[in-house]
Design a protein around this ligand. Structure first.
Ligand SMILES: Cc1cc2nc3c(=O)[nH]c(=O)nc-3n(C[C@H](O)[C@H](O)[C@H](O)COP(=O)(O)OP(=O)(O)OC[C@H]3O[C@@H](n4cnc5c(N)ncnc54)[C@H](O)[C@@H]3O)c2cc1C
Length: 407
C-alpha cells in the first residue's frame, strides 16, 4: 500500500464512540493534531437508529465538556425515579419490589433518556463545526509500515501513528487485527419502538422482569416512552411481523394501562442480544473502543456509557503522551488504556450477564429468592445510593472527561 497523506489518528466509525473521541482529541490537542474519522454512514441515508439511550450523569458531563450537550438538552428527559417489578406475564398485578429515587446528588439526575438519532447528529454537527476531517468512506484495510500504520480508506491510504476501531459490534478492524472475542449470543432479541401514551410518565423509568426477559419503559420528552422489550429470538421475529392491531394487543399485555391509552408512534426493530468482549482492547498501533471492544445486554442501559468511558480513558492517555512528545501509538500508551478499561468492562459484562440469567426464566424458586433480595435492597438506602452512583458512572477511577474536566 503506497501512502502520501499523513495524519496522527484514523478513527474507523463515526458513531457515538468515534465522534466523541475525535472531539476529545481536538479539544485536548488542537488543530495541528490531525484526526480523520471515516464512516460510510456520513454519506448514505443509513437506516435511522430507532433506539434511545439512558445517558448516565458522568457521560452527560462529558458531552457538556465537549460542547455537545446544549444542543440536545431540550430533547433529554431526566429519569426522576425508577421502579422494578418481577412477575409472570399472566399476573394481573405486578407488585413493585424496588424503587429508586433518580438523583445522584441533589438536583442531578443519575441519567437522562435521549433518542440516539438527534444525539448522533449533534455530535456530527459539532465535529464539522470544529473542522474535524470526516470522510464518508469505510476503512477497508491496514498495513504496518515501520513505526506507523497505513490505513486504506476506499481508494486513499493515510499513514498514522494510531488506528482506533470504533466501528461497532461487527468491527472489521478488530477482525483484521486478529483479535477474537469471548462471549455468547443470548438467543434473545430486544424489540425497540417508541410509544405515545395518554398520561404523563413523570420521568419514571420502569423495568418489568418477565420470564422472557426485561420489558423496559423508558421516559422520553412529552407523553412518550422508548421500549426495550426482550423476547426469545423466534418470538421477537414473530411479534414484530404481526399486523398492527395484533402487535398492539401483545404490547398492551405487557405495558398495561397505567399510562392510559397507548399507541406505537415509531418504527419497530429487533436487535439480537449477546455478550461479546474482545480478548484484547489493543494490538500493534490499534485501540478498540465502544461496541468494537464490548457488547453487553441492555438490561442495565450501560453499553454506550461504557463506550464513552473507553473514549475518555483513551483520549486522556493519548493527550498525556502527545504533550510529553511520546509516540501516541506506542505500547506503553495502549497498555495504559487497556489496564484502565478491561477489568471494569469484564465486571460490567459479568454483572449484566448474571442479572439476565437470574431474571429471564420461569423458575418460581428463583423468583422467590430474587424478590426477597430486591425487597432487602429496597429497605437499604445506603445500598440503593451505591447502585445509583454505579449507574451514574461516577464510581471507580473515573477519567477526567467523565468528571466534567477538559483534557
Ligand atoms: C436495544 C438496545 C438498547 C440500548 N440501550 C442503551 C442505553 O440505554 N444506554 C447505553 O449506554 N447503551 C445502550 N445500548 C448500547 C448502545 O446502543 C451501543 O453501545 C452504542 O450504540 C455503541 O456505539 P459505538 O459508537 O461503539 O458503535 P456504533 O453505534 O455501532 O457505531 C459504529 C459505526 O461504525 C461504522 N462502521 C462500521 N464498519 C466500518 C468501517 N469498516 N469503516 C468505517 N466505519 C465503519 C458504522 O457505520 C457505525 O456508524 C443499547 C443497545 C441495544 C441493542
Amino acid at each position: 500500500m503506497s501512502t502520501t497523506e499523513k495524519a496522527d489518528v484514523v478513527i474507523a466509525g463515526g458513531g457515538f464512540a468515534g465522534l466523541a473521541l475525535a472531539l476529545a482529541l481536538r479539544q485536548g490537542l488542537g488543530e495541528s493534531f490531525r484526526v480523520v474519522v471515516a464512516d460510510p454512514a456520513f454519506a448514505a441515508d443509513a437506516r435511522p437508529d430507532l433506539r434511545a439511550s439512558a445517558i448516565a450523569a458522568a457521560a452527560r458531563r462529558m458531552f457538556e465538556t465537549l460542547g455537545v450537550w446544549d444542543a440536545v438538552a431540550d430533547d433529554a428527559q431526566p429519569i426522576l425515579d425508577m421502579v422494578v417489578t418481577d412477575s409472570k406475564l399472566e399476573h394481573a398485578v405486578r407488585p413493585v419490589f424496588l424503587t429508586f429515587a433518580g438523583e445522584v446528588e441533589p438536583g442531578q439526575p443519575f441519567a437522562h433518556m435521549i433518542e440516539n438519532a438527534p444525539l448522533n447528529a449533534a455530535l456530527a454537527r459539532q465535529a464539522r463545526a470544529q473542522g474535524i476531517d470526516l470522510r464518508a468512506t469505510a476503512v477497508t484495510g491496514f498495513e504496518h509500515q515501520g513505526g506507523r500504520i497505513a490505513v486504506s480508506l476506499g481508494g486513499d491510504a493515510v499513514s498514522v501513528s494510531l488506528l482506533v476501531a470504533a466501528d461497532g459490534a461487527r468491527s472489521g478492524v478488530r477482525e483484521q487485527a486478529g483479535i477474537a472475542t469471548h462471549g455468547w449470543s443470548y438467543g434473545q432479541s430486544a424489540i425497540v419502538t417508541t410509544v405515545a401514551h395518554e398520561r404523563p410518565h413523570n420521568g419514571r423509568a420502569e423495568e418489568h422482569f418477565l420470564p422472557a426477559g426485561p420489558f423496559a419503559i423508558l421516559p422520553l420528552k412529552g407523553n412518550r416512552s422508548s421500549l426495550v422489550w426482550t423476547e426469545a429470538d423466534a418470538q421477537a421475529a414473530r411479534i414484530i411481523a404481526l399486523p398492527d392491531d395484533e402487535f398492539h394487543a401483545e404490547l398492551e399485555r405487557r405495558f398495561g394501562l397505567h399510562l392510559g391509552d397507548i399507541g406505537v408512534v415509531g418504527a419497530k426493530r429487533a436487535y439480537p442480544l449477546g455478550l461479546f468482549i474482545a480478548r484484547s482492547f489493543v494490538a500493534d498501533r490499534i485501540a478498540l473502543v465502544g461496541d468494537a471492544a464490548h457488547v453487553i445486554h441492555p438490561i442495565a442501559g450501560q453499553g454506550l456509557n461504557m463506550g464513552l468511558r473507553d473514549v475518555a480513558a483513551l483520549a486522556e492517555a493519548i493527550v498525556d503522551a502527545a504533550r510529553l512528545g511520546l509516540d501516541i501509538g506506542g505500547a506503553d500508551v495502549l497498555e495504559r488504556y487497556q489496564r484502565w478499561r478491561r477489568f471494569d468492562t469484564m465486571a460490567m459484562g459479568v454483572a449484566t450477564d448474571g442479572l439476565n440469567r437470574l431474571f429471564s426464566n420461569e423458575s418460581d424458586v428463583l423468583r422467590l429468592m430474587r424478590d426477597v433480595g430486591l425487597g432487602l435492597v429496597d429497605r437499604m438506602p445506603a445500598l440503593k445510593s451505591f447502585f445509583i452512583r454505579e449507574a451514574a458512572g461516577v464510581t471507580g477511577d473515573v477519567p477526567k472527561l467523565l468528571r466534567g474536566e477538559a483534557l
